[in-house]
Ligand binder design. Sequence first.
Ligand code: FES
Length: 107
Amino acid sequence: MKSDINISVIDRSGNEHQLSGPTDMNLNLMELLKMSEFPIEGTCGGMAMCASCHVYVLSHHNLTEKSNEEMAMLDESWDTKDNSRLSCQLKLSASLDGILVELAPEQ
Ligand code: FES
């Protein structure tokens, strides 16, 4: 069974990068972005309490529903769009394969 998924990331300069992420290590997208040295802080450690891991999802993927905590956090961000997600709330799984995300502006 394939355990790595492909993820495309557009950085804050508009450049696109290809990442490969393992689905068998219980990682979320914020952790993968940090490990790949994108300027994502992940200040709250993935608790949906800081929005420093905010991304825009540009592809059409069936994602898990936003929790109340995630919705509340995004509501407080000035640059939230309809396709905003907190990347720490997106667990790396087969359903994310081929996803395209863009880093939101720094908070
Ligand atoms: S790391 Fe804090 S909300 Fe995602």
